[in-house]
Design a protein around this ligand. Structure first.
Ligand SMILES: C[S@@+](CC[C@H](N)C(=O)[O-])C[C@H]1O[C@@H](n2cnc3c(N)ncnc32)[C@H](O)[C@@H]1O
Length: 280
């Protein structure tokens, strides 16, 4: 697969250079960009790749099928602990959505491409967003848009969406948002699509579960890196690293991509790399 450029790849591999012996977990392996870089940087380490999307997981299994150092699991990162024989030396979580998912109209993540409003990472479980919408009232839709999209015009947008039901496709959702806000709707569109994606995948709950149990499967002095894309997930990681007795923030506690990287890969513009070390 190509089309997804891994973010801050050298910063990530450089950070894991200091990890103790043991496996490194790629908790969000996606198209395998970081996984490949970890494989090249650490040829003697075992790598455990977690990926919720069955299409990506199958592609990764195929790609690494002859590589005894890499195991791929089509599971959430919250399910990694029982798969480990010993606490991990490092873990990477590159949160959110891959550009390969965004650019595939059949997945329903993009407001620019026509497709079914599905938005699930794991298409084998749960219900697609267009199904979820059918049972949601206006107040619940507004709440989701406000909470997960941080969009101030959530009520007005929710009213249009309810009025346009059934909303089955990305372009139908787009039309309802455009009708509600008028003008140049790129920001509200991005926020509404982000909100629905976070909602349908229960992303913040997954992240909270991961953060609550992380210290139980990371080895003393093990290294943990998160790449976050919006303030809700970044704040959750920041608070854990700042307040938990189990983690020590690195100095600096976070890094941004260089201007050159952002120029070459615009998706990197909102990314932040947060790093910490498990206390000994
Ligand atoms: C930003 S992409 C990762 C890209 C990857 N680092 C690369 O270089 O190709 C995030 C990935 O995390 C996956 N994902 C989201 N939530 C997950 C979860 N709870 N457990 C495992 N994977 C998850 C998504 O399906 C997506 O492929």
């Amino acid at each position: 697969m190509s089309g997804h450029v891994p973010i801050m790849v050298q910063k990530v591999t450089g950070f894991f250079q200091g990890a103790p012996d043991g496996v490194i977990v790629d908790g969000t392996a996606g198209g395998g960009g970081h996984l490949e870089a970890l494989r090249l940087s650490f040829p003697d380490r075992r790598l455990v790749a977690m990926e919720r999307d069955p299409v990506f997981a199958a592609a990764l299994e195929q790609r690494f099928r002859d590589d005894p150092m890499v195991t791929v699991h089509n599971q959430s990162y919250t399910e990694v602990e029982p798969l480990l024989a010993a606490p991990a030396a490092g873990a990477l979580f590159d949160l959110g959505l891959s550009s390969l998912q965004l650019d595939d109209p059949s997945r329903g993540f993009s407001h620019r491409l026509d497709g079914p409003l599905d938005m699930r990472f794991d298409t084998s479980r749960g219900e697609p967003m267009h199904e979820a919408l059918r049972s949601m009232g206006e107040a619940e839709i507004a709440d989701v848009i406000y909470r997960y999209g941080q969009e101030g015009r959530s009520r007005r947008i929710a009213r249009e969406i309810r009025g346009a039901m059934p909303v089955r496709t990305t372009l139908e959702l787009r039309a309802a948002v455009v009708k509600a806000v008028g003008g140049n709707p790129v920001k509200p569109l991005s926020r509404v699509f982000q909100a629905f994606r976070i909602f349908v995948n229960d992303e913040l709950l997954q992240l909270d579960r991961l953060l609550a149990g992380l210290h139980t499967w990371i080895a003393p002095l093990g290294r943990v890196a998160f790449i976050t894309f919006h303030s809700m997930e970044d704040r959750a990681v920041k608070l854990l690293f700042r307040d938990s007795p189990h983690f020590i923030c690195t100095d600096p506690p976070w890094q941004l991509p260089s201007p050159e990287e952002v120029r070459e890969n615009p998706r990197a513009r909102s990314a932040r790399l947060r790093t910490a070390v498990r206390a000994s």
